[in-house]
Design a protein. Structure first.
Lengths: 314, 286
């Protein structure tokens, strides 16, 4: 098994490097120094670490104000609280105002496992995807996370970066270059396409290996940018394979699957299966919940085979 | 034509001039609401003197350089009073006076609530209540980090203070010792449909801010001598953020609008507009 990494480490190290290079970089947290992995940042740049206390609305508004004052704030908190509690601040103060704020949703999805649905962030992408002006990035591995942090700092305007703490292996080859808005095809394939983001990309790759054993050639796409969407890669998958299975650590409604379905329905309708989390999760660790919801190589493989069989029957 | 393009920082002797400017803003904002058939005249009239005192008596801003990094920031948290804000910005010279005729017209830059991405002079998009205060705290914090001398001012409504986000921001501002931040409360006592005190009471408001670590002064929000003295005394205490509770009359200047909750977003008829303009001294500035 490949070595797995907590992407928050890559996130934090990159932010520290950026802060050394650019005095405008500051961090804003809501008593979330630890959960964002920013203890080291806090030691290195104590005056550039703004802890607003347990107050997410204030945190996002303050981020917008810091941006008005010429800073590049990275506003970091558990994604569940950042996005749900401060949704109107994200919409008005950041996105509508085009404030140069980088929102970092930490430990998104089911990462908090047994702590339950209050701490799970499985709606964040659906909520944020409906808001204009907001670039949304869901990196799949540490290398992509590091590049995404730099890309977010480099563009002028609002960004949401979804950072996982569920350990993942590097899924990209050395030399991979992340670009905002560009999906990466990790494996070619002509029968079916698996489109995933974040922690599910490595699982989609493993599912493709299982499918190969069944004689099925699966294309694997990492759709790391949810907005703006790489429509060409999605359309090509719809046109050149029999169907698309999307996989995300998120609700089955309105996230990656929804985004892909919108393109597919409008350009080249093909069968889809949308894998994710359809309901509030029961008690269980993140890993256990992935099994429970079928977000495993086996589950993804099964969904792809079922899609292909259904297509043959019809 | 811009009637008063570049008023200098006024001294006490220029108070009469400020009153005149506020009269222009009041009349213009009512005309704008009347023409657009939508708006918030009660609050526009309540805030007019505060806005004029700030823009022509306190803020260090140059409308020719609306993005100057060293400018003072003014954030209109009560964004629904865009009528008087826009009239004030146009008077100050941020955009042509004629553009006020476009208020809330299709595709206009002058939306019902201010949009910084379109209109010079607007620092933050507001309209949803309880947003300007935290943004102001962030701006003040940025200036502190840089050791910069520019200041941040936020104007909130009073009913708006029922939003919890303001109190989160009040705590943070005190924690960070933001004596470069001033929050002015337009304390007209009325919210959308009723007095604040019979809705969810705010009093004792000054005590609340004091308890949150702020230096507080109360002032008549229509008295220019008092407003200017107060704004020139900032910061009230080193190391503390300043709060000005400006006691105002909603609908100030028009007898049949004053203190009437229904005028929060009532649109004047032709006859009401005429009567209001007369009360506001229209003949001298028609």
């Amino acid at each position: 098994m490949l070595e797995r990494f907590d992407c928050r480490v890559a996130f934090a190290r990159t932010l520290e490097s950026l802060a050394r290079e650019d005095a405008r970089i500051v961090a804003v947290v809501s008593d979330s120094v630890g959960s964002a992995g920013l203890s080291q940042f806090s030691k290195l740049f104590p005056r550039r670490m703004v802890n607003v206390g347990i107050a997410e609305q204030d945190m996002v508004g303050i981020g917008a104000g810091l941006a008005n004052g010429g800073k590049i704030p990275f506003v970091c908190a558990a994604s569940c609280f950042l996005t749900a509690r401060a949704l109107e601040q994200i919409k008005v103060d950041v996105a509508y105002s085009r404030a140069n704020v980088k929102l970092c949703g930490m430990a998104a999805g089911l990462a908090y496992g047994q702590l339950g649905p209050t701490h799970h962030s499985i709606e964040d992408l659906a909520w944020l995807r409906a808001i204009a002006n907001l670039t949304i990035i869901v990196p799949a591995d540490p290398g992509e996370t590091a590049q995404a942090v730099r890309a977010a700092a480099a563009i002028e305007g609002p960004v949401f970066l979804r950072v996982s703490r569920t350990p993942v292996p590097e899924v990209h080859p050395a030399g991979y270059r992340f670009r905002i808005g560009a999906a990466s095809v990790l494996q070619p394939g002509g029968d079916v396409t698996l489109i995933a983001n974040g922690t599910m990309v490595c699982r989609a790759l493993e599912a493709a290996a299982l499918l190969a054993q069944e004689g099925v050639s699966a294309r694997v796409v990492n759709l790391a940018t949810l907005h703006p969407l790489d429509r060409a890669v999605i359309q090509d998958a719809a046109e050149s394979t029999a169907g698309i299975v999307t996989v995300e650590e998120h609700s089955t409604r309105g996230g990656l699957g929804g985004a892909v379905a919108e393109v597919v329905a409008a350009s080249c309708p093909v069968p889809m299966r949308i894998l994710g989390i359809p309901t509030f999760a029961p008690t269980g660790s993140a890993e256990w919940l992935f099994e429970y919801f079928g977000l495993t190589p086996k589950g993804i493989c099964g969904a792809a085979l079922e899609l292909l069989e259904a297509k043959v029957r019809s | 034509m811009n009637i008063y393009p570049q008023a200098a920082q006024p001294g006490p002797g220029q108070v009469a001039n400020l009153r005149e400017l506020a009269g222009v803003v009041r009349r213009q904002s009512l005309r704008m609401v009347h023409r657009a058939r939508v708006g918030h005249p009660g609050g526009d009239l309540s805030a007019a003197d505060i806005l004029i005192a700030l823009y022509f008596g306190a803020l260090r801003i140059d409308p020719r350089q609306p993005n100057d990094p060293g400018r003072d920031r003014f954030i209109m948290s009560k964004g629904h009073c865009s009528g008087s804000l826009y009239a004030t910005l146009a008077l100050k010279g941020f955009f042509p006076w004629e553009e006020l005729a476009q208020y809330m017209q299709p595709l206009a830059r002058l939306n019902g609530h201010p949009n910084r991405t379109e209109l010079p002079g607007v620092e933050a998009n507001t309209g949803a209540l309880g947003h300007g205060f935290p943004v102001g705290v962030g701006a003040a914090l940025a200036a502190k980090m840089d050791g910069a001398s520019w200041r941040t001012f936020v104007l909130t409504g009073d009913g708006e203070l029922q939003e919890g986000s303001n109190w989160e921001a009040a705590m943070a501002a005190a924690q960070y010792g933001l004596d470069n931040l001033t929050v002015v409360v337009d304390r007209n006592g009325l919210q959308q449909g009723a007095p604040t005190e019979t809705t969810v009471r705010l009093e004792p408001l000054a005590d609340k801010f004091q308890a949150f670590g702020w230096a507080v002064r109360e002032v008549d929000g229509h008295d220019y001598d008092a407003l200017l003295d107060t704004l020139h005394a900032l910061p009230f205490e080193p190391g503390r953020p300043s709060c000005v509770i400006a006691h105002t009359t909603k609908g100030k200047g028009v007898s049949f609008i004053e203190n009437r909750a229904e005028w929060h977003h009532h649109v004047p008829t032709d006859a009401e507009l005429e009567a209001a303009l007369r009360e506001l001294g229209e003949e001298s500035h028609a």
